[in-house]
Design a protein. Structure first.
Length: 484
């Protein structure tokens, strides 16, 4: 073992802590590693509390979401192995595990991805401190958003009060957008002759020395199958994500604006969000693919609109950066009819005491503060057993496939907040547990937006479920599809 470690440390001094950048192409953290002329790309990924934990007794990652994540991690591991490298997958908190790994391998620099939401930036700060204490540098690279944060913060004074102002200020997507297109595989080949071969040897030794600690199965249960009615056969990983990007941008993107409020089928919208949010694909790759489509078929309102949606995604990231732990707080004023329902309270049949604040973790391990069996009105909302058939159809789709259309999400959130008068944070937790594309900024930000707690110039959004069903499910086909 000692001999192996010496061999290893002679070839390896940097690694990538993968977060939500689970890909090899267009990945600045990996590109920086390649620039270091290191023999092989080595990385680590941690199943931390953000995946394995629970809130109010609700798991943060139910099986379908956990499965998509595991597939994505496996895909990355295969790709790094294909480059002569390795991905070590462990369960635990990065601030505890990373220093140990660095010390045992003689790592002096760790590259990672900068993320913007509260828990993620707090986690990076703890890692920074822990690594600093042992003399290891942590370099954070941005690639989660389309627009770099420096461009956004320079062009838009905080606070971010509305999307339209944000959009006007940050300007065209090419303004300040990253110029990448770096294919890491090539970088490894280009380094020097023989580097790759050398890398294989080093990585093999590294792998042998750590094999027993790398997870070979998901630490979160993944025993669930996608319902066959799913809009798409969602499979995690960079290969599947790029294939979907290619398919969508070969044709359907050309009519996105007309179809984007759809409910049935693969192509009414891009369905790219699950891959985007684990970083199996990058927003810059989506921008490039849309531009390529435009060069071949011409620009139209649909291609422009897809880019606007990516800008919404950025908006919620920077809003999350600005709001910190406030992203998980706030009491909503229901706008629904009949008026006068209790505002933003955790229903009594679900919980006692509604003072939970995600982000403070105060209640996370409190057995008296749980969601027992998701019962009562909130449970009926979760399991698609509420009074409204259109709402139920959407909630069933979510639970059985990990996906729900944007139209469905807006209606489901509005119903919980404004019609049922239930604390929006419970609904956001259920979305977090189920959505394959869960992202803290996009999820909690959209919930706050609908609740009227953040950046919504109308002070909240209420949707009339009956009218929405008539408008978007005119023949009731969607409700029929998901009637059980
Ligand atoms: C209550 C609620 C919760 C939500 N939670 C999430 C979440 O956890 N993760 C998530 O990615 N999206 C979330 N959304 C936004 C949106 O519903 C999804 O991004 C979209 O439905 C994903 O499907 P798509 O990839 O086909 O989107 P498309 O319509 O094809 O849009 C393209 C991309 O633009 C981005 N996008 C589009 N609309 C939004 C939006 N409103 N906010 C942020 N990004 C957007 C997504 O990255 C999406 O993949 C939420 C919306 C609501 C109302």
């Amino acid at each position: 073992m000692g001999v192996q470690m010496n061999d290893i440390s002679s070839g390896i001094s940097e690694l990538v802590w993968f977060r939500r950048n689970l890909r090899v192409a267009d990945n600045p953290a990996l590109t920086a590693l390649a620039d270091s002329k290191q023999a092989a790309p080595l990385g680590v990924f941690f199943y931390d509390q953000q995946y394995t934990g629970s809130w109010l007794g609700m798991p943060r990652c139910r099986p379908l979401r956990a499965k998509f994540l595991w597939e994505s991690v496996q895909d990355l591991q295969e790709q790094l192995q294909g480059l002569g490298g390795e991905l070590l997958v462990q369960e635990g908190e990065p601030e505890d595990l990373l220093p140990k790994i660095c010390q045992s391998l003689g790592i002096t620099r760790v590259h990672t991805q900068r993320l913007f939401a509260y828990e993620e930036s707090e986690s990076a700060e703890r890692v920074l401190q822990a690594l600093h204490a042992i003399g290891v540098e942590l370099v954070q690279h941005e690639c989660y958003t389309l627009w770099p944060s420096a461009h956004v913060f320079a062009s838009h004074p905080q606070p971010l009060s509305s999307f339209s102002k944000f959009r006007r200020k940050v300007g065209a997507p090419e303004n300040g957008a990253r110029k990448n297109g770096v294919v890491v595989a090539k970088l490894w080949h280009q380094n020097e002759n023989g580097a790759r071969e050398n890398g294989v040897v080093v990585a093999k030794l590294w792998h042998q020395s750590l094999e027993h600690t790398s997870l070979t199965k998901s630490p979160i249960p993944i025993d669930a199958e996608l319902d066959e009615r799913s809009v798409l056969l969602f499979q995690g990983g960079e290969k599947a994500g790029r294939a979907r990007l290619h398919d969508y941008c070969s044709k359907p993107v050309g009519h996105y604006k007309e179809t984007r409020n759809g409910l049935i089928g693969a192509d009414y919208s891009s369905k790219l969000s699950p891959w985007l949010n684990l970083g199996c694909i990058a927003p810059s790759q989506v921008l490039r693919a849309v531009r390529e489509y435009e060069r071949a078929h011409g620009e139209n309102a649909s291609t422009e609109w897809l880019i606007v949606e990516l800008l919404w995604r950025d908006f919620f990231q920077f809003l999350a950066a600005e709001r910190g732990a406030e992203l998980f707080k706030g009491i909503a004023e229901p706008k629904g009819e009949p008026q006068g329902k209790p505002s933003g309270k955790v229903p009594e049949d679900v919980n006692s005491g509604s003072n939970f604040e995600k982000g403070t973790e105060e209640h996370d391990n409190d057995p008296n503060f749980s969601v027992p069996g998701l019962s009562g009105a909130f449970g009926r909302w979760c399991w698609g057993k509420a009074e409204n058939a259109f709402l139920n159809a959407n909630m069933r789709e979510l639970e059985k496939t990990g996906y729900m259309s944007n139209r469905g999400r807006q209606n489901a959130a509005s119903a919980l907040i404004h019609d049922m008068g239930i604390d929006w944070r419970l609904g956001a937790l259920w979305f977090e547990a189920n959505l394959l594309d869960y992202d803290p900024g996009s999820n909690y930000g959209n919930w706050q937006y609908i609740a009227g707690l953040a950046a919504n110039p109308r002070g909240g959004s209420w949707f009339n479920l009956k009218k929405q069903a008539q408008m978007y499910d005119t023949k009731g086909e969607y409700q029929k599809l998901w009637d059980a």
